[in-house]
Ligand binder design. Sequence first.
Ligand code: CUA
Length: 326
Amino acid sequence: MLTHLLADSSATFWLPEQASNFAPEHDWAFYFIYWLSVVAFVVGGAVSIAFAVRFRRKSPDQRTSPLRDHLPLELTWTIIPTIIFIFLFVIGFRTFVKQSTPPANAMEIRVAGYKWFWEFRYPNGETATRDLYVPVDTPVRLLMSSESSSQDDAAVIHSFFVPAFRIKRDVLPYHYTVMWFEATREGSYHIFCAEYCGTGHSKMIGTIHVVPQDEFEEKIKPAGWDEDKETLAEFGERTFGEAGCTACHTTDGSDLVGPTLKGLYESSVDLESGETITADENYLRESIMDPQAEIVKGYPPSMPTYAGRLNDEQIDGLIDFIKSLD
Ligand code: CUA
């Protein structure tokens, strides 16, 4: 953490780096309240201690003098805090209104919260999970909702949180919520789910990459296999990471939400239905495109379908990658 602080001058002890248009005014309000609290604590504490010493009862027969009211004093300790609290309301409300009203020219990105990963859809229709690319100095509007993976599985409440942007809003089933920001500094920043949403909650993380406009255009181009640079299995491994599979499946034999993929190909799989099936190419393909069709014994039916999200080349790559894991 210390090296992180030293590397980035806009980060402070309490708050991460400032990477959006909202960060400066948010932090100003935070530190205003922080120092107000420090002053109130120190002054209040010091006066309490001083009075306890100064006006201590010195003998059992010492009596408290009669209490009289003191109008100027009472007015002072009423008017000054009232002005401070109204001021706090005004600065908080101004930022709230600004955060609630995205500019009309904002680029819209659709955010879907699944159990347990984030999916993003860019204006060109391309989708991505985990890694979200946005252009620097461009207003971005996030249209967010929580989705369920299948009819038998209820969608739950998530919360989309980007600390470096100082934005956070709940992501709900059957309802859209909206949030916007303008990233002001290039770099990569954490995305968290800030609402406990079940087994995979802590895995529901991602990264926002703030890049120049031309790099953004490049990044959201449809994904494809570059035959000159990688094997089909390597392309599959890349897809495995980019499509968010790692949130639920390992390749080293250990268990997450879903079964491991190590040694899966050509193995016998016990299904919830009581049947046993051999994990051939058709089984692997069906498990990606229609995951509810064959549920592996002992695992929840929580995998979303990837039909329409992955193209044939990506599915071929994934299958080749799974075949390589023995
Ligand atoms: Cu989604 Cu916690």
